[in-house]
Write a protein that binds this ligand. Structure first.
Ligand code: KIV
Ligand code: ZN
Length: 517
């Protein structure tokens, strides 16, 4: 990577244009109130500058800015303005509400735009830049000037335009790839040469603003950074005109994951990335495509057997960053047609089912048969499979008798053990449940430390049943179990046995694994 030739900060400033360029794109418009909610999310994410809108274009953008400015006092707020006195006046009035204002002026510099859009000569463009940047700078300290369509502008003229903006007082120079036309090599060279050649370049921050028409917005923004840009403009989920803008989440994670290469930081709290992406998606009603980098639902999901197997051995085999680093709770092992036995076994264990070799073989066959009928197999499907599977479920309750003796209770339980033998045990306790659990413990030899115990009713009227849920601790690990019955004491016994049987099965399977190793 080239060392930038101007005095560049070691951090990349993130200029967020979700609320302006992003909001301008079809299907993404937001009300002022929605913009406020999004702006708070962006501030929490840690973006440096929020572009709230284009005040001269709509009352709604002016209103949004006023509301955001009231709320966010520590984040720089920018508004976009054409190089027109009327636009600048409206923008200045809008910006007067902000604690940290920035005026973002733009004018096209490319021959195509000069001739067909502006109908202005080179000299007129330079004159307009000088006049309007000077006018704005008389009122606001932070002036960003954008040479619209910079990447299709003749280099000598682009340098003249940048020099004019700097001489008139611009503090940030943005060189947009307005139509997503450039390539990484070209944009890097464009920044390098502008920074090296234009008088006063060392006094300003250079900024990249890349569109995604060829799917190169993030790559081009990274290349611009290599060329010396120290501000990048982009949007959450990459929304923006046509194919969108540089996706901030992708750029930020590229800088973070490849920090050894770029050696540059941002102020972004990366764990806020997924919540912010989902907030935007909900606000504008635009779902994030599943395979979108970083924020798509598949970004940390693995279905193929080979990948799942690799992931279970070492996550680094198929993941270059931790899902938690960007705000996902965990990686996801999606069980489906391509999944292997190791992944199914791991998921079953997470659900509390520890299967012996021959049982797993059987359940895996049933799993594969299910995958022929449905694309994804969820936890509820696995639980249903386990209920149907011919897997021995350990101790079974044959009968129980509870009696109260003054303040103490007596319990007698009769169980059948995994080999079908009958065992009877009694115990006393402070109440019926305490006595019951004591008798079950004596019959099975399992000691469980009760963490929580709840009973609630499921169903209504005469069909209502009691469901007991237990959470216990054993050997430092936590286990949960449930039992359902018309009788709540019996439901409690079933919940206790549910936990004990899982635990015994887990110990048995672990012993077999140690013996086989
Ligand atoms: O794409 C572009 O050129 C812009 C400018 C207004 C910065 O959005
Ligand atoms: Zn743009």
């Amino acid at each position: 990577m080239n060392t930038p030739t101007h005095s560049a900060p070691a951090q990349i400033r993130i200029f967020d244009t979700t609320l302006r360029d992003g909001e301008q794109s079809p299907g993404c418009s937001m009300t002022p109130q929605q913009k406020v909610v999004m702006a708070r999310g962006l501030a929490d994410l840690g973006v440096d500058i929020i572009e709230t809108g284009f005040p001269a274009s709509s009352q709604s953008d002016r209103e949004a800015h006023a509301l955001i400015a009231r709320d966010l006092r520590d984040t720089t707020l920018a508004v976009l303005s054409r190089c027109l006195p009327g636009d600048i006046e409206t923008s200045l009035r809008t910006l007067s509400a902000s604690a940290r204002p920035r005026l973002h002026l733009f004018l096209s510099t490319s021959p195509l735009h000069r001739e067909h859009k502006l109908r202005m000569s080179r000299e007129q463009v330079l004159q307009s830049i000088d006049t309007h940047v000077r006018l704005a700078r008389g009122h606001v300290d932070e002036i960003e000037f954008s040479a619209e369509d910079a990447t299709r502008t003749e280099e000598d003229f682009l340098h003249d335009a940048i020099a004019a903006a700097i001489a008139a007082g611009a503090t940030t120079i943005n060189l947009p790839d307005t139509v997503g036309f450039t390539t990484p090599e070209e944009i890097r060279a464009m920044f390098e040469r502008a920074i090296a050649k234009v008088a006063g370049a060392d006094r300003v921050v250079f900024s990249a603003h890349c569109h995604n028409d060829l799917g190169l917005a993030v790559a081009n923004s990274l290349a611009a950074i290599e060329g010396g840009a120290r501000q990048v403009e982009g949007s959450i989920n990459g929304i923006g005109e046509r194919a969108g803008n540089c996706a901030i989440e992708e750029l930020v994670m590229a800088l973070k994951v490849r920090n050894a290469f770029y050696n540059l930081d941002t102020r972004i709290d990366t764990q806020r990335i997924v919540p912010t992406s989902q907030l935007l998606s909900r606000l504008v009603g635009m779902p994030v495509q599943r395979n979108k980098a970083i924020v798509g639902a598949n970004a940390f999901a693995h279905e193929s057997g080979i990948h799942q197997h690799g992931m279970l051995r070492h996550r680094g085999t198929y993941e270059i960053m931790q899902p938690q680093d960007v705000g996902w709770p965990s990686s996801q092992m999606v069980l489906g047609r391509h999944s292997g036995r190791a992944a199914v076994e791991q998921r079953l264990r997470a659900l509390g089912y520890w299967l012996e070799e021959d049982e797993l073989k059987l359940v895996f066959e049933q799993f594969k048969a299910l995958c022929e009928r449905q694309r994804v197999v969820g936890d509820a499907d696995l639980q249903a499979l386990m209920q149907d599977a011919a897997v021995s479920d350990g101790y079974r309750l044959a009968s129980m008798t509870i009696s109260d003796v003054g303040s103490r209770a007596n319990a007698l339980v009769e169980l059948s053990d995994p080999d079908g033998n009958r065992i009877a045990e009694t115990a006393q306790g402070n109440g019926p449940v305490d006595a019951l659990f004591g008798a079950l413990s004596a019959a099975t030899g399992v000691q469980l430390q009760l963490e929580s115990y709840q009973v609630h009713s499921v169903g209504i009227g005469a069909d209502a049943r009691g469901e007991a849920s237990l959470s216990v601790r054993c050997d430092g690990e936590e286990y949960e179990g449930t039992g359902t019955s018309k009788d709540i004491i019996e439901a409690s016994a079933l919940a206790w046995l549910d936990v004990a049987n899982r635990l015994l099965r887990q110990r048995r399977v672990e012993q077999q694994e140690v013996a086989a190793a």
